[in-house]
Design a protein around this ligand. Structure first.
Ligand SMILES: NC(=O)c1ccc[n+]([C@@H]2O[C@H](COP(=O)([O-])OP(=O)(O)OC[C@H]3O[C@@H](n4cnc5c(N)ncnc54)[C@H](OP(=O)(O)O)[C@@H]3O)[C@@H](O)[C@H]2O)c1
Length: 298
């Protein structure tokens, strides 16, 4: 008989959290915590949640993800992205449980020009990246390598939540109606990753008891400009928008933001693909799967 695995899931209302809840495997007992149930900026509450529920795993999908706002709220971002996973790790060490900590390509500086291997040193260039890197460090220094999985991913989007795909669909609709162009950064390269694929990978990590540092993204590479064009085309094909706007490529310097972003942040995923026995879809294929889940306007 399969034994039930008990899991604390944080960030249940986020875009990844939603996809995780949709795909909970049959023999998992998942305690789903959102902001109302657990404040991730309260590290004592994080510790107590683990000691109270005594889970086999904590799947920490909650995070402070407002990359630009983090530049002016470093204390809060550090509490949520670093102190919380640190507290989970400490409590899990006491009870013998495991931690799946979701992390980001933004822990790298983006200047090397070829995909980042999981074992490369981190070098964040934003407050958000620094807080996620600190969360990774606390997890690594608190738990033995067999008891944690740090799963880095990139450019996450899905059918719900606030993300680039949903925003671009709205802008394509607005700009095309007004016969205006959409200006999108073309000199940052990464890989879009759907929450649907990422959620499956997270459950697979737990199923395989994968450990150490892992990278998971959809296949291929894109600039935000490429992604914006593909979203317009896929949105029209899926009947979500009537027409797409003309997209004009611009440079990062033409679109200044409070936080710096890596220029090239592809992640090398070979270790994860072989550990989990998975071959992710190309991001274009995955985009059409996500589009099919976005409600058409009535
Ligand atoms: N989004 C990306 O492009 C991206 C890229 C690479 C890695 N990641 C990582 O992927 C993971 C999932 O991100 P996501 O895209 O699903 O982000 P998301 O949609 O912003 O979800 C994060 C969740 O955490 C919650 N949260 C934030 N502060 C909290 C607090 N103090 N207490 C309790 N809950 C709190 C948020 O609640 P509210 O909505 O109420 O704030 C939200 O429900 C994160 O670890 C993120 O760092 C994301």
């Amino acid at each position: 008989m399969t034994q039930t695995v008990k899991i604390i899931l944080t960030g249940k209302d986020g875009q990844l959290g939603n996809a995780l809840v949709d795909k909970i495997p049959a023999h998992y007992n998942v305690i789903q915590l959102g902001r109302q149930q657990l404040d991730l900026s309260d590290k004592e509450a994080c510790r107590q949640a683990v000691l109270e529920h005594r889970p086999d795993w904590v799947l920490n999908a909650g995070a402070y993800t407002a990359v630009d706002k983090a530049e002016s709220e470093p204390g809060l971002a550090m509490a949520v992205n670093a102190a919380a996973p640190g507290a989970f790790a400490q409590a899990l060490r006491e009870i013998g449980g495991r931690l799946l900590q979701v992390s980001t390509d933004f822990v790298f500086n983006g200047s090397q020009g070829h995909p980042y291997h999981p074992d490369q040193p981190v070098d964040p260039i934003s407050v958000y990246g620094a807080t996620k890197a600190e969360g990774e460090r606390l997890v690594r220094e608190t738990l033995p390598a067999t008891k944690y999985c740090i799963l880095r991913t990139s450019w996450v989007y899905g059918p719900v939540g606030s993300n680039f795909c949903v925003t671009m669909l709205r802008l394509h609709r607005q700009k095309s109606a007004q016969n205006e162009t959409l200006r999108v950064v073309a000199d940052q390269i990464g890989c879009p990753t759907s929450t649907l694929n990422l959620a499956s990978a997270c459950w697979s990590v737990i199923n395989h008891q994968a450990s150490g540092i892992h990278h998971f993204c959809d296949a291929g590479a894109a600039s935000w400009y490429d992604f914006a064009i593909a979203i317009g085309d896929a949105g029209v094909a899926a009947g979500i928008i009537n027409q797409s706007a003309k997209v004009v490529p611009i440079t990062t310097s033409e679109y200044p933001t409070p936080a710096k972003r890596p220029g090239y942040s592809l992640l090398e995923c070979t270790r994860t693909k072989s550990a989990l026995g998975i071959e992710p879809n190309h991001w274009r294929k995955e985009l059409s799967i996500v589009m099919a889940k976005i409600p058409k306007p009535t």
